[in-house]
Design a protein around this ligand. Structure first.
Ligand code: TXA
Ligand code: MG
Length: 323
């Protein structure tokens, strides 16, 4: 495995060619780092599942360089999905659409839909363009972390998560820190109306005002601890994550900057607004592991704008094992 920090055009060409040959390439996107493979290569995609330790019925997002390629993957595209694509691509949004025959069961987890995203990160976009110019159709890329763990937002975090599991010809492309810091908004576009499946930086307010309609509210609270264990634990550091608790001395603490650090607690992040909160959250959770902190207390932001997505990740992060 090699980590490449000076990603010149030659490096990107070589990485695209390596993907075509069936190797894995981890690359930056504006949300988090992805672990990429040729989305039409069953063996390469199987390696993604192996490296992540992810159950094979969890489908993958296919990344393409522009919406022109959408027809290759999606068989029916409602008018509102085209509008969303025009408005928010390239960017942190994933559309779930009925699949074409190119989207095989090994990508979709046997579902008849496929998730598609056009990332805006320059390096990701160049890699996709190069890959497509070599005959590729799309790069499957989940977040480059082990299943259930915290998504990586820089190349060091990718190395920490999966470095040892990559093979000699696999690569990690370093493109600095992911600017947004949490995963894309996933929107189900198979019904009359769009439905948010995973909240993200593109908020329901943005979608509503753009399409002039009311969406069903995404409600993280509805999956709350009503039935403990039913919720998948995810985005979890080694530490126990507790929301709204009172830290003991030595515990980690994450909250907006205007909330003071309780006596004895170890401040892991002090974001000044919700965008900074999203940007810093995963690094702060990772920092707790590096400091071998056992318990991290978090004061979540209000459920507004990107605050909805942050709360969604925090609630899952605070879930323990499935009982
Ligand atoms: O920001 C992101 O979306 C990042 C970057 C790398 O693009 N990727 C990412 O992928 O977060 P992943 O695999 O960690 O999360 C993808 C989510 C999974 O929860 C998966 O179940 C859902 O997308 N998904 C994929 N295909 C789907 C489909 N056909 N229907 C419903 N959900 C789908
Ligand atoms: Mg993930």
């Amino acid at each position: 495995m090699s980590i490449i920090s000076n990603c010149t055009a030659t490096v990107i060409n070589e990485a695209a060619a390596s993907l075509i040959r069936g190797n894995l390439v981890s690359f930056p996107t504006e949300t988090v780092y992805g672990l990429g493979a040729d989305a039409t290569n069953e063996k390469a995609v199987a390696r993604i599942y192996e490296v992540k330790g992810r159950p094979t019925d969890h489908p993958l997002i296919v990344h393409i360089s522009s919406m022109e390629l959408l027809n290759e993957w999606a068989s029916e595209i409602p008018e509102y999905a085209i509008k969303l694509a025009r408005a928010f691509w390239p960017g942190p949004m994933t559309l779930v659409l009925p699949r074409t025959s190119i989207a095989k069961d090994f990508i979709t987890g046997n579902q008849d839909t496929v998730a598609i995203r056009v990332p805006s990160h320059t390096l990701a976009n160049q890699l996709l363009k190069e890959f497509e110019s070599l005959g590729g159709y799309g790069i499957a890329a989940p977040s480059a972390n082990r299943f259930g763990k915290v998504s990586p937002t820089n190349s060091e975090a990718v190395e920490e998560e999966i470095g040892k599991l990559l093979l000699e010809n696999d690569q990690i492309l370093d493109g600095g820190s992911s600017q947004i810091g949490i995963e894309s908004t996933i929107i189900d576009c198979t019904k009359n109306m769009p439905v948010i499946l995973r909240p993200g930086y593109i908020t329901s307010e943005m979608i509503e005002s753009f399409l002039s309609l009311d969406l069903e509210k995404f409600d993280s609270a509805s999956n709350k601890v009503i039935a403990p264990g039913l919720l998948e634990a995810h985005y979890s550091p080694n530490a126990n994550v507790i929301l709204h608790g009172v830290p003991q001395p030595g515990d980690g603490f994450i909250a907006l900057a205007d909330i003071p650090t309780p006596i004895g607690a170890v401040r892991l992040a002090s974001p000044k607004d919700n965008n900074e909160y999203a940007y810093e959250l995963y690094n702060a959770l990772r920092l707790s592991d590096r400091k071998e902190i056992k318990t991290v207390h978090v004061i979540p932001p209000v459920q507004q704008g990107v605050g909805v997505a942050i709360n969604n990740r925090l609630i899952k992060s605070a879930q323990k094992e499935i009982i």
